[in-house]
Write a protein that binds this ligand. Structure first.
Ligand SMILES: C[S@@+](CC[C@H](N)C(=O)[O-])C[C@H]1O[C@@H](n2cnc3c(N)ncnc32)[C@H](O)[C@@H]1O
Length: 203
């Protein structure tokens, strides 16, 4: 019988989810697609509405098997790089031939991206319960140049912890970013989950 990971993924919470994604990789696409996974399409559409030049280089952080990159490509983005901590997920992303560059890194090290390298960074289904810790928000935001865009999502499980929304509010209230988009909508509709998606512009 194929294991159902959606039931387990949001339970617990650790800074390193590599073991979980190593075992989930082979069935990840099927399971999330069967549950109507739509956050990548929502983020991609919102980003398309605010980006004029679709050849702009994008870092799809926590690219996983490439469902997020595939949604970005489907709305016309041409230059997408992928980065993730799970070798098993990235091997599957590679097969989709979406990403110009695809890399795996160890989350106990610094993110292997230099400051200002990307004008757009996405973290779709990545920060929060079951994946990357909240400190990832600051690390990714710090890599953007002024006017750079940060597009990300927090699902219902993540939103249950007020610290995630608090982080976004602090970033806005301190004058470090402006919000270009925020909407609450479907995430995994068949699992009864929604998500907030956000696009912040660094000031
Ligand atoms: C729910 S999947 C989302 C994958 C893809 N973005 C999508 O929309 O299908 C979460 C991904 O985040 C990755 N991840 C977990 N912790 C991470 C971290 N600290 N840094 C980067 N990626 C991480 C996992 O390996 C996994 O591929």
């Amino acid at each position: 019988m194929v294991k159902n990971y959606l039931k387990d993924v949001y339970v617990g919470g650790t800074d390193d989810s590599r073991e979980l994604y190593a075992s989930w990789a082979a069935t990840y696409d099927k399971e999330v697609q069967e549950n109507g996974y739509v956050t990548p399409q929502r983020v991609a559409n919102a980003l398309k509405d605010v980006v004029r030049d679709q050849s702009e280089h994008i870092l799809d952080y926590g690219c996983g098997t490439g469902l997020s990159g595939s949604a970005l490509q489907a709305v016309g983005f041409e230059n997408i790089d992928g980065l993730d901590v799970s070798q098993e997920m990235v091997i599957l992303a590679e097969k989709k031939s979406i990403y110009k560059n695809l890399r795996v890194f160890d989350p106990s090290n610094e993110i292997p991206v230099y400051r200002d390298q990307y004008k757009i960074i996405t973290a779709i289904g990545v920060i929060g319960a079951g994946a990357a810790p909240l400190k990832t928000f600051d690390s990714l935001f710090a890599l953007l140049p002024p006017d750079g865009l940060f597009a990300f999502s927090f699902n219902d499980h993540t939103l249950n912890d007020p610290n995630y929304e608090k982080k976004v509010k602090q970033c806005l209230n301190s004058g470090h970013a402006a919000i270009l988009h925020k909407s609450y909508g479907s995430h995994l509709p068949k699992a009864n989950l929604k998500s907030n998606i956000y696009i912040l512009k660094k000031l």
